[in-house]
Design a protein around this ligand. Structure first.
Ligand code: SAH
Length: 358
């Protein structure tokens, strides 16, 4: 590892200060940002509007880390899953979901995840470590380069591996880089942060000057039920999660997305649907239903289309904005909750469960 500061790890304000400390003008930070994020160029020697001497000095003083693309899988539906290796050899997954007209990158915020939701394969890896800002935005650079989308608008969903609000500071630095006009220049509403409901961090997020769209993984309508499938609920209760949502500042016409994974016979009954309507009565909400992506080692089943439709109908009849998430990339295990990286799991039982899904 090099001792030179990694320019991919800082937002533009921090980069300007870093440059000023080394006697470089602040506008150089804008130039480097444009190269790195708009054009995907991380080699100083190719940043052609910087003088030759400056390029040499930058390379002596700093470096730019980029995660290594190890493998790419292509689904029959066009979804592409990327296995990405970090400087310490740890691996994560990111997904490109092409659609017309919008393109979406689903990126990870941690290696593994500590939340251990009962139906999620990533949870079976356990928590390994937080990603740095360079590693979070580095996934976007790798995906944009691989898909030829540098400089074009795309959506980002922080719905890959990890709980983004458990890695708050690094995720917010990444959000600043993604939205910076000299960075990826994405409107904040094109970035969706999905959380399992880390209540104190939700309150903190509500005070940020740049706010991504919020999605909340609800999955249950009573505390005993949620305690069982989303263990963090024992710490941050359902009513407190809903209260944080109610108080979350929203722009006109925008809503909080509530993700609700449908587990056959567990949380998909008409009573669950009616309770869900009640819970969200005074929240500006839309509900995104995720019929379970089943896997060996996951102790639940995907409900039938009939049960899914009945659930949808109860919500729709009562005026709730509801959609069913299309499951993309299931054949390459790129769908929601299916991201897991071999060789980094903890317990033998968990290792077995993951291998059996191959
Ligand atoms: N930790 C964050 C970000 C992950 S987003 C969060 O929980 O919101 C991934 C989404 O996929 C979450 O809503 C998660 O609950 C859901 N998910 C996990 N496993 C799934 C599975 N097997 N089938 C369908 N959705 C799943």
């Amino acid at each position: 590892m090099t001792g030179r500061p990694d320019l991919a790890d800082v937002d533009r304000g921090q980069l300007e200060r870093l440059f000023e400390e080394t006697g470089l003008a602040a506008f150089r930070a804008r130039q480097v940002f444009r190269w790195l994020y708009l054009h995907g160029e991380s080699d100083f020697s190719r940043m052609s509007d910087l003088g030759r001497q400056l390029r040499v000095s930058l390379a002596e003083l700093f470096h730019i880390s980029t995660p290594r693309l190890v493998r790419e899988d292509l689904s029959v539906d066009g979804t592409r899953k990327f296995l990405v290796e970090l400087a310490d050899g740890k691996r994560i997954e990111s997904v490109y979901i092409p659609d017309t007209p919008k393109q979406t990158f689903c990126i990870s915020s941690q290696v593994g995840c500590a939340m251990d939701c009962d139906f999620c394969l990533t949870g079976k890896m356990g928590f390994v470590r937080n990603l740095t800002p360079a590693e979070i935005t580095g996934q976007v650079r790798v995906l944009a380069t691989a898909s030829g989308l540098h400089g074009q608008p795309f959506n980002i969903v922080l719905m890959g591996m990890g709980e983004p609000l458990h890695n708050y500071d690094h995720v917010m630095t990444a959000v600043r880089i993604l939205t910076d006009e000299y960075g990826f220049n994405l409107p904040a509403r094109r970035i969706t942060l999905s959380t399992v409901g880390v209540v104190p961090a939700m309150h903190r997020l509500a005070t940020e000057p740049i706010m991504p769209s919020l999605a909340v993984s609800l999955h249950a309508t009573t505390n005993p039920q949620r305690d069982r499938i989303v263990p963090i609920n024992r710490k941050y209760r359902l009513e407190d999660v809903i209260d944080a949502c109610r108080r979350f500042p929203l722009k006109r016409r925008s809503r909080i997305t509530f993700e609700y994974v449908l587990l056959d016979g567990v949380n998909d009954t008409p009573d669950d649907a009616r309770r869900l309507v009640g819970l969200l009565a005074d929240v500006k909400a839309k509900v995104n239903l995720l019929p379970l992506n089943a896997a060996v080692g996951i102790p639940y089943e995907r409900p039938s289309d009939e049960r899914v439709n009945r659930f949808v109908q109860i919500l729709a009849d009562r005026g709730v904005n509801v959609s069913v998430r299309k499951s993309r990339g299931r054949d390459i295990r790129a769908a929601c909750g299916q991201l897991i990286v071999e060789g980094q799991r903890k317990a033998a039982g968990q290792r077995l469960a993951a291998l059996m899904t191959e």
